[in-house]
Ligand binder design. Structure first.
Ligand code: KIV
Ligand code: ZN
Length: 515
């Protein structure tokens, strides 16, 4: 029996990136996009080109580089949005324009202030305009699950007549329930003329914790594209988690008969780790599939069962999602080859000088520390990637501290390529370092949160610091790792300030993104 493919539409770089603290710069998005292509997703929604210069450049760079995956740019129905999306996708091998407008009376009345007829006209015009640029056009009826069903039928009929080949039915506010959503998809497939010639897509938010269940129920009702994100990141409570949907379909062929995805499941864990180390947002330990404890059997009775036969308590193997079987990874005798292999398992590709730098740091650390864990390697790799768009680069720093010395820090920093040095006093050594950095960068940001973790166990563990800073309502997270936690703190702070600077250099649209 030939298998029906459920397309995986990954929106980590668009809807996922909109979540607080999850924003990424251009080089980070490119790294993620390469891993998403290795993972085998069918479509990468790379950004919202009209939203900002940064979004435009990211979509363009990803569209220019990737050739196997469809690259999609989001656009409201506004003609300028669609032109901008088309421009960003100009060199894409497989471009898709994704246009959307809200269809619920709540949104029409309170947000758009438009009549149903006006919205229908927008759907028709925008899809035709997008079709003028490419054959692959997706239309989304925002807040579909709170829209009137008769009107929704009209909306999708209009979109299909205008040339849309994918009709997306978003549960924008995470409101629906599995049976209800499945019924909605079945009704639309029955009642919309031409439905058999297009793909129905689902896009769920997780406000009630039902995004994955709702998406899977919709698949059983005939949806053939699932929109999702790595680790389920996204607005508010997040989006549908890619790894959970994919592994549910794979693990239960008896339920999802004749259905499959194109995902290379052994790339799931590397994608999850890469995202988490890039944005500095850890995965909750009990997260299904990719959490630290997802395959950890603590209870004696379970351990005994798994040792006798893994099938007693494991419904899938860690290897099937690409989890390195071995927790202690490398030591001082490990060579380049082993180091490169391990980076690959963690979803990290470093080339040229970046690789050499990471390898040197790995060797230095291996001299100080007996066992090098995956988390150590991720920290080293994150530090070694050349960030061409960074304004600030931390140089040397020294501190004086103790029970009778007044905490004092002297810090060197490159600001836009120019070397600076400052000395500051503080309440403690971290405070002194931050004051010196704030002085040289002239930042107006506020430090909201400061967190220190030992990356791995043991006295020789690397310290990892995360800081959250905000300025003008924009909140970013920076992270840094080092065997000295004061240095790790300085790195984390500089990382956060670089992120803020990057956002400032993007010209955000005056109107909110409205999603
Ligand atoms: O949640 C939503 O409705 C969206 C649309 C743009 C698809 O993200
Ligand atoms: Zn969404």
């Amino acid at each position: 029996m030939s298998r029906d493919i459920i397309r995986i539409f990954d929106t980590t770089l668009r809807d996922g990136e909109q979540a607080p603290g999850c924003s990424m710069n251009l080089s980070e998005k490119l790294l993620l996009a390469r891993q998403l292509e290795r993972l085998g997703v069918d479509v990468i929604e790379a950004g919202f080109p009209i939203a900002s210069e940064g979004d435009f450049e990211s979509v363009r760079a990803i569209a220019d580089e990737l050739t196997r995956t469809t690259i999609c740019g989001l656009a409201r129905t506004d003609p300028k949005d669609i032109d901008r999306a088309a421009e960003a996708l100009q060199h894409a091998k497989k471009p898709r324009i994704h246009t959307f407008i809200a269809t619920s009376d709540i949104h029409l009345e309170h947000k758009l202030r438009m009549s149903r007829e006006q919205v229908l006209a927008e759907v028709d015009r925008s899809v035709r305009q997008a079709r003028g640029y490419c054959d692959d056009v997706e239309f989304s009826a925002e807040d579909a699950t709170r829209s009137d069903i008769d009107y929704l039928v009209q909306v999708f009929t209009t979109a299909i007549e205008a040339g849309a080949s994918t009709c997306n039915v978003p549960d924008t506010v995470g409101y629906t329930q599995p049976e209800e959503y499945a019924r909605l998809i079945s009704t639309l497939r029955e009642r919309v003329p031409g439905a058999e010639n297009v793909v129905f897509a689902v896009h769920c938010h997780n406000d009630l914790g039902l995004a994955v269940s709702n998406s899977l129920a919709a698949v059983l009702a005939g949806a053939r594209q699932v929109e999702c994100t790595v680790n389920g990141i996204g607005e508010r409570a997040g989006n549908t988690s890619m790894e959970e949907v994919v592994m549910a379909i794979k693990t239960r062929p008896d339920v999802f008969q004749g259905l499959d995805t194109n995902i290379v499941t052994t790339e799931i864990y590397p994608a999850s780790r890469l995202l988490s180390s890039t944005i500095g947002v850890p995965v909750q330990p009990n997260k299904a599939i990719v959490g630290d404890n997802a395959f950890a059997h603590e209870a004696g009775i379970h351990q005994d069962g798994v040792l006798k036969a893994a099938i007693t308590y494991e419904i899938m193997t860690p290897q099937s999602i690409g989890r390195p079987s071995n927790e202690i990874v490398l030591g001082k005798h490990s060579g380049r080859h082993a180091f490169r292999d391990r980076l690959g398992e963690l979803g990290i590709e470093l080339e040229g000088e970046d690789f050499e730098m990471a390898f040197r740091r790995f060797k230095d650390l291996a001299d100080k520390k007996k066992n090098i864990y995956n988390e150590d390697i991720e920290a080293i790799a994150t530090d070694s990637v050349t960030q061409t768009d960074d304004r600030f680069e931390l140089g040397d720093l020294s501190i004086l501290s103790g029970t009778f010395a007044k905490p004092t820090a002297t810090v060197e920093l490159r600001v836009d390529g120019e070397s600076r040095r400052a000395t500051a006093l503080g309440i403690g050594p971290v405070d002194a370092v931050f004051k010196a950095i704030a002085d040289m960068t002239e930042t107006k940001s506020e430090l909201l949160r400061f967190q220190v973790n030992a990356i791995t166990g043991g006295m020789d563990a690397l310290g990892e610091v995360s800081v959250t800073v905000s300025e003008d309502g924009r909140r970013v997270i920076g992270h840094g790792a080092h065997s000295d936690i004061i240095v790790a703190s300085g790195k984390a702070y500089v990382h956060a300030l670089n992120r803020l600077a990057w956002h400032k250099s993007r010209h955000d649209v005056t109107e909110p993104k409205g999603i």
